[in-house]
Write a protein that binds this ligand. Structure first.
Ligand code: AHG
Ligand code: MN
Ligand code: MN
Length: 333
């Protein structure tokens, strides 16, 4: 059944919004609704931890590394725990695939959803008071409820997402998500402990005046990428790069722009992770009228082989992504 696009007024609480949307499905069991609420609740807890990061002794690395060989920040681990715990209590999720864990974490073998998550994105920015985020994707498991949950349940193309979203812990905290019927953003009001609809039916501008890329890596970019960047400069576009994917994406979603993370010498497959970084944003951007590709095909069409696989990532305003493609079509990926 088609979900209705009946606009709910600005200021509607997230809970009410989720409930209203569920009413579009007479046979809905409410499990997805509960799952979204669980993620939103964990987001509140993580928001609180981040906001006091400068006050208590929870910043800095813990001296361990995650599966990608990167330093784990204490808040990386904390956020991972908060989200896992919320999903465990909720009971709607059979397993979680997290950036912070090598394998899937099976939590309720009888449940029908599986979640892929980057609990804390942009974590190198925590210690310097710069915006960070959380990214999540929700899928229906592929296996029968009676089967064992396996990694195959997580290895699905982004097209299969039931919902995708992010929380940006920025100058204010905002939760943006889609269930495949448009994109809505909810700003968090900490004194009330509620998210309120602030950005209904988000649409990305067709074109923009911002390009976002880590140009420090330009000695390793392909000629196609370099030529495209020259064009951006010739046109007087603004260069904006925060280094937190969620924050860079959110700005471009609102203002129009393109974000690029191509393959480089250090990251021959690109740096960003398909399952929990590229896919949720690709789902959102397509729902908002934008595009997301790996330079060759749509991100959402890629069938993953491994949990932590990386991909080159180009995402943003549709005309900008199309134009970029004219420059990189002879690049080898
Ligand atoms: P994470 O903190 O989850 O590991 O993600 C960091 C990512 C992403 O947020 C950002 O877009 C990118 O790393 C920045 O990478 P560079 O420092 O190579 O530009
Ligand atoms: Mn990340
Ligand atoms: Mn992370």
């Amino acid at each position: 059944m088609e979900q209705s696009r009946i606009a709910l007024p600005i200021g509607t609480t997230l809970d009410r919004f989720i409930k209203k949307k569920q009413e579009d499905f007479p046979f809905a069991t409410g499990e997805l609704s509960q799952l979204l609420r669980d993620l939103a609740l964990a987001g509140k807890v993580v928001n609180r931890e981040i906001n006091k990061a400068g006050l208590v002794d929870i910043i800095g690395t813990v001296g361990t590394q995650n599966i990608q060989g990167e330093d784990q920040q204490k808040l990386d681990i904390l956020a991972d725990i908060r989200f896992s715990r919320a999903l465990q209590k909720g009971g709607e999720v059979c397993a979680i695939a997290s950036e912070e864990n090598e394998n899937i974490n099976i939590i309720n073998p009888q449940a029908k959803y599986i979640v892929c998550i980057d609990p804390l994105d942009g974590s190198s920015n925590i210690n310097v008071n710069v915006s960070v985020g959380t990214l999540f994707s929700i899928y229906r498991r592929k296996s029968e409820l009676t089967d064992q949950v396996s990694i195959q349940d997580a290895l699905q193309p982004g097209q299969n997402q039931v919902a995708g979203g992010y929380i940006l812990y920025g100058s204010s905290t905002i939760l943006v998500y889609t269930t495949g019927n448009g994109v809505n953003g909810f700003t968090y009001e900490p004194s009330l402990g509620e998210y309120f609809l602030s950005h209904p039916d988000m649409i990305i501008p067709e074109n923009g005046s911002i390009y976002s890329i880590n140009e420090g890596a330009s000695p390793h970019f392909s000629d196609g990428i370099l030529d495209y960047l020259s064009l951006c400069k010739k046109r007087g576009l603004s260069s904006r790069y925060i280094g937190s994917l969620v924050a860079d994406f959110h700005r471009n979603l609102l203002k129009g722009g393109i974000f690029l993370y191509p393959a480089t010498k250090f990251y021959p497959e690109g740096k960003l992770r398909l399952l929990y970084e590229c896919n949720p944003l690709a789902f959102i951007v397509e729902q908002a009228g934008g595009k997301a590709t790996n330079g060759e095909k749509c991100i959402l069409d890629i069938l993953p082989d491994t949990l932590h696989q990386r991909s080159p990532f180009f995402i943003g305003s549709p005309k900008m992504v199309d134009e970029l493609h004219n420059f990189i079509k002879h690049d080898r990926f």
